[in-house]
Design a protein around this ligand. Structure first.
Ligand code: SAH
Length: 376
């Protein structure tokens, strides 16, 4: 590791140690928020972690087909809203901007779409915002940035987030002697320069209410995850869609049924590492609970669709046909590459089954394209 990587990491560790000494143990959410989003030294603040050469690789970085198909999906939603002459295309956590660039290129296929679209990129990381600016420098449509979803302009909208929800800070709770207790990050008992997990306060009734009924009476030692970020996102989305029509699509890895288990993971340079080791130098994510997400959406007042696997959705949207079209203009090596890309995105052994989607819309619109309604 170079000196450049080390200094911010040390700064985050020192800040966290200081905070735990003065305030006591931290929730997993507070730890995650600091490690990922500290404005100067957090993981997303300091570098561009995306892409083959960096820490992890996401679907839009694997293949242009991913963004292209989502672009067609967005254009279809726009038509279903009556093709308004101006509408907002809002992307949450746009990474390098690749997906938006591919979406806009594909959007050319829908006459009038590019004349109507105004793009807002919701991005917390100044470093990634710069990368997005470069990727989209030649986009022929207006592009704006917002630090938060509520800051995006009003109006009919399509909202999209790929691997956005997985990096929202989560809380973890552990069943202990018949009660749910918050799992906390504290100083390691044998080495105060390191972190360890501990048992914190008993969860409030409201927090226990978040836990799926089927899991509430789990055996001692069971761990469940609470996703306050998903809840907030659903409430904000519902607020927006009560005022203005819209569709939203979230793609992420996760489960389609509530499950117990620790899904917090840290990835540094494509390797799984200890989430408590050198905070700020690794990406921290946790699985989305799609069943819970969809219920949160319904409770907030949205129409909900899904869950559906990424493999099934991309197949439904026509990834095979798209690959066949692209294959016509490349050589044999290019064709083999397209095949590998498609396989990675769609095959259940790769991303096809672990990655899932949920869609939402305001009431009174035609059903979201390509994805069946959620039934409780
Ligand atoms: N969608 C991209 C990037 C995924 S990584 C892709 O698929 O390649 C997660 C992205 O979400 C990063 O751009 C990160 O900076 C951003 N992000 C995470 N939490 C955020 C928040 N609370 N507000 C805004 N952006 C956030």
């Amino acid at each position: 590791m170079s000196d450049d990587d080390f200094r911010p990491a040390q700064m985050i560790s020192e800040r966290l140690i200081e905070r735990i000494r003065s305030e006591g143990s931290l929730s997993v959410a507070a730890y995650m928020a600091e490690a990922l989003f500290h404005p100067m030294a957090g993981f997303y603040a300091t570098k561009d972690p995306l892409g083959a050469a960096n820490d992890f690789i996401t679907a839009p970085e694997i293949s242009q087909m991913f963004g292209e198909l989502l672009g067609l999906w967005a254009a279809e939603c726009w038509m279903q809203m009556g093709a308004p002459s101006r509408f907002e295309l809002i992307e949450l956590g746009p990474g390098t901007g690749r997906m938006m660039s591919d979406m806009l290129r594909a959007g050319r296929a829908a006459p009038g779409f590019l004349d109507a679209v105004h793009v807002t990129l919701v991005e917390a990381s100044p470093a990634l915002k710069m990368v997005q600016g470069q990727t989209l420098a030649n986009a022929q449509v207006p592009i704006h940035w917002a630090k938060a979803f509520e800051k995006a302009p009003s109006g009919p909208a399509v909202v999209i987030g790929n691997e956005f929800l997985d990096c929202l800070p989560i809380r973890q709770a552990i069943r202990h002697q018949g009660q749910w207790r918050e799992r906390v990050v504290t100083l390691h008992p044998e080495d105060e320069d390191r972190f360890g997990f501990g048992l914190g306060p008993v969860l409030s009734e409201a927090d226990v209410g978040y836990i799926a009924p089927a899991l509430r009476q789990a055996e001692d030692g069971a761990l469940v995850e609470l996703r306050p970020g998903d809840q907030q996102q659903m409430e904000q989305l519902a607020g927006r869609f009560k005022r203005d029509p819209g569709y939203a699509l979230f793609v992420d890895y996760g489960s389609s049924q509530p499950e117990t288990g620790d899904t917090l993971q840290a990835i540094r340079a494509h390797q799984k590492v200890d989430p408590l080791d050198m905070p700020g130098t690794a990406d921290l994510t946790a699985w989305v609970d799609f069943d819970r997400l969809l219920r949160l959406g319904l409770d907030a007042g949205l129409t909900a669709y899904g869950p559906m696997t990424q493999g099934a959705f991309l197949t439904e949207l026509g990834i095979e046909q798209r690959a066949a079209v692209l294959a016509k203009s490349v050589d044999a090596a290019g064709q083999a590459r397209l095949k590998r890309q498609m396989h990675r995105l769609v095959s259940p052994e790769d991303m096809g089954a672990l990655f899932k989607l949920a869609a939402f819309s305001s009431h009174g619109l035609p059903p979201a394209p390509g994805i069946a309604p959620f039934t409780r």
